[in-house]
Ligand binder design. Structure first.
Ligand SMILES: Nc1ncnc2c1ncn2[C@@H]1O[C@H](COP(=O)(O)OP(=O)(O)OP(=O)(O)O)[C@@H](O)[C@H]1O
Length: 403
């Protein structure tokens, strides 16, 4: 990948923060023990920003996304934290004006007793997502946030035409629209995702996988949400169609300034799509950086290993080292840094102190990393160089002992 390719830097216009996740924790109360799937995860998402969530299978990416969208079901429980959403559009504020605001919650009003819905509040500046009532949540989900799952294209109703399915969403959430307006809007949405409007009359089985996924994206866009969460939306598609869908998602997000949380195992794909990359390991966020910074200098040893587990299309040829071992059982994560048993740099503090997500270096304050290598108290000589990272992982690939 070259510099002039699509390694985006965050959109730093005056458009501020859309979503704040603060110390969010989720446990699964499974029969064989408590799984700490998400642990005190905090991050901010700006309007129009594309955030890519990466990490090995089972590190908590989907659980985090489900928690933000309040789609978790028992045995999953949110055990702490906040999800704060800052709406922008005046018309959207009107649509969600019955949603309880943080300021009103702090005055003691319950979000769950229906009072808020019965007496509409002034347009909230901040929506406390975890405290919305089921009715408020339904409005919030469609008006402000849409979710596209991996299997979404198979979740289309097989006995309803695509047009009916799009128009149903509009009918439920925009009852003021006439049938003709709904039809017009449905055709517009299909066009937007590159499907000919005459396909409104098609049933899902009459569309290819790529077209079904496009139709799902059209449904997600129906109410022009400000935030879309996509969990592995392209994994079931072949690489050519995958590329087309990604280009589509990217251009739609840029066009409408829609923020996107995109989850995938495929880090190389994220580097092309996302403004920001967040890496999770064992339920925690261990690094967050712009795609450009991340690609140039992954700071966490885990990020380095992850990035070097994928072949590069550009730049010098080098060995793919991979990461030895496997992620821990989330019912009993190792003390200290959860990655230390697999880390080629682990030393004493890593076994007892849990590192916090902090600015990596003075020069890269926006690149956050949770690693003692960047803690001047623990390592006064400063973090290792890129060459040292490469050498340690090279040694692992050669089968040398971890230092
Ligand atoms: N219903 C459940 N009961 C118990 N544990 C669960 C349940 N669902 C998920 N988990 C556990 O929670 C952890 C996080 O799972 P999650 O699906 O969020 O990870 P992920 O990073 O999205 O993985 P993948 O990329 O494979 O989808 C895993 O250890 C998983 O085994």
């Amino acid at each position: 990948m070259t510099d002039n390719q699509s390694l985006h830097t965050p959109n730093n216009q005056s458009n501020g923060v859309l979503l704040e996740v603060r110390d969010l924790s989720v446990d699964y109360y499974a029969v064989n023990g408590i799984v700490h799937a998400v642990k005190e995860v905090s991050f901010e998402l700006r309007r129009g920003e594309i955030l890519g969530l990466a990490g090995e299978s089972g590190c908590g990416k989907s659980t985090l996304a489900y928690a933000i969208s309040r789609l978790l079901r028992p045995p999953a429980y949110i055990t702490g934290g906040q999800v704060l959403y800052h709406p922008r559009k005046p018309e959207k504020r009107e649509a969600t004006s019955h949603i309880v605001a943080v300021s009103d919650l702090s005055s003691g009003q319950s979000a769950h007793n229906g009072t808020a819905a019965a007496s509409p509040l002034p347009s909230p500046e901040t929506i406390d997502v975890l405290r919305l009532s089921p009715a408020q949540l339904r409005a919030f989900r469609w008006n402000e946030m849409a979710i596209v799952f991996q299997s979404a294209m198979n979740a289309l109703n097989p006995v309803m035409t695509i047009g009916t399915q799009i128009m149903d969403v509009l009918k439920t959430h925009c009852p003021e629209m006439s049938t003709a307006q709904r039809k017009e809007r449905a055709a517009e949405l299909l066009k937007l995702v590159g499907i000919a409007p005459d396909r409104l009359r098609s049933y899902p089985h009459e569309l290819s996988g790529g077209m079904r996924q496009r139709a799902v994206i059209a449904i997600a866009l129906a109410l022009t949400p400000e935030l879309i969460i996509m969990d592995e939306p392209t994994t079931a598609l072949d690489v050519v169609v995958q590329r087309e869908i990604l280009d589509l998602i990217s251009s739609l997000c840029r066009e409408f300034s829609t923020a996107l949380i995109f989850i995938t195992h495929d880090l190389s794909l994220l580097l092309e799509l996302a403004d920001t990359i967040a890496v999770m390991y064992a339920g925690k966020m261990v690094e967050k950086a712009s795609s450009r910074e991340f690609y140039a200098h992954p700071r966490h040893p885990y990020s380095y290993g992850l990035l070097n587990s994928f072949p590069k299309l550009h730049g010098p040829i080098r060995r793919m080292a991979g990461i030895p071992g496997s992620p821990p059982d989330l019912r009993s994560v190792p003390a200290g840094c959860a990655f230390h048993p697999r880390c080629p740099f682990a030393w004493q503090p890593c076994q007892r102190l849990e590192p916090q997500l902090l600015p990596s270096t003075a020069e890269t304050p926006r690149q956050l990393v949770a690693c003692h290598l960047y803690d001047a108290h623990q390592r006064p000589e400063g973090p290792p160089s890129s060459a040292e990272f490469a050498a340690r992982y090279e040694a692992l690939a050669e089968g040398s002992a971890i230092v």
